[in-house]
Design a protein around this ligand. Structure first.
Ligand code: SAM
Length: 312
């Protein structure tokens, strides 16, 4: 190898320019675009682009694309580069050019924030609609399942076609879906065919096919109003939960839609807060909490509530 071919010499030659060193000092602090570097260094774009190319060719900077913008940052890919940069930086620090660059960088970054602050200063009245228009209204509820412990086994009791099972499965170790209806379970199996951590069991909520104290949480979504004795299902939920594990119930507040009995086999026209609290306490749950759920814009059914309880 000739001396000229030593990579270290390329690195040194790229560093042998005060402007390029000022650039690296800025790019160490923050990812910046070419136009932001121009604003901080007070140099024309052609100069900044040329110097960036020299630095990129010697592997002192990397870049990434974000839409139509490209952001540059300092790259220290080897121990030698690290050592060289420490020495160079020590020389630059405290120099007035570097201090002025740092002040102008603060102004450039403040201008970035100002664009977003200005948007939110005028968008507060329309943000909720815009958020729904852009992203729909249920992504946050789906994302919040990510707070559940990923070591958990969860029982989705009366899982039906697997709507709740589908929300939980990506975030937990194992989901056991239980339902009495072969047809509903078949639909759930089709819906969740690609998930590897779900097990569907045909069975009754009043005699669950699950061993005692084996699950970390249980859900009963829109199920209790179908059961002649919801208290029995809650007692079963308590039996399969580990000590201090929680049950989550979503069901209807009291309503007068008598026709639901014939149309959908409802046994109960909703549950009052008192009824739920008593049933949960009798089944052995403490820390019982109930919250009315705000109706979705498009919802035509009765108001819903959620209830949680912790097994003793
Ligand atoms: C209204 S669906 C709700 C399904 C699902 N939890 C959801 O949120 O979409 C009620 C489900 O409970 C099941 N179910 C009703 N009574 C049951 C019982 N005694 N044992 C097991 N499953 C039952 C039904 O088969 C049905 O799939």
């Amino acid at each position: 190898m000739t001396v000229a071919a030593l990579p270290l010499l390329d690195s040194l030659s790229a560093l042998a320019d005060p402007t390029r060193c000022r650039m690296l000092l800025l790019l160490e602090r923050h990812e910046l675009t070419v136009s932001e570097l121009c604003a901080v260094l007070q140099l024309p774009q052609s100069t900044v682009s040329r110097q960036l190319k020299t630095l990129a060719d010697a592997s002192w900077v990397t870049s990434r694309r974000d839409g139509t913008s490209r952001y540059y940052t300092l790259s220290l890919g080897s121990a030698d580069a690290h050592t060289l940069w420490q020495l160079t930086r020590a020389q630059l620090e405290g120099k007035s050019a570097a201090e002025q660059d740092a002040r102008r960088l603060d102004r450039v970054l403040a201008a970035r924030r100002a664009a977003s602050e200005q948007f939110f200063a005028t968008a507060s009245g329309k943000w909720d609609r815009l958020r729904d228009d852009l992203f729909g209204n249920d992504f946050a509820f789906r994302a919040i399942a990510g707070l559940v412990d990923d070591e958990w086994t969860v029982a989705d009791l009366g899982c039906g076609t697997g709507a709740m099972t589908a929300i939980l499965a990506p975030h937990v170790k194992h989901v056991i879906g239980v339902d009495a209806s072969e047809e509903m379970l078949d639909a759930a199996k089709v819906r969740l065919a690609s998930a590897k951590n779900i097990e569907f069991r045909k069975g009754s909520l009043e005699a669950l096919p699950i061993v005692p104290e084996s699950v970390d949480a249980a859900t009963l979504m829109l199920v209790l109003h179908h059961l002649p004795s919801p208290a029995d299902a809650l007692a079963e939920a308590a039996r399969i939960l580990k000590p201090r594990a929680r049950v989550l119930i979503v069901d209807m507040a009291p309503h007068e839609k008598e026709d639901y009995r014939q149309q959908m086999g409802h046994v109960w026209l909703g549950f009052s807060e008192d009824q739920m609290k008593k049933m949960l306490a009798t089944a052995g749950f403490t820390h019982v909490k109930l919250h009315a759920l705000p109706p979705a814009h498009s919802a035509k059914g009765p108001a819903l509530f959620m209830a949680t309880g912790k097994k003793l």
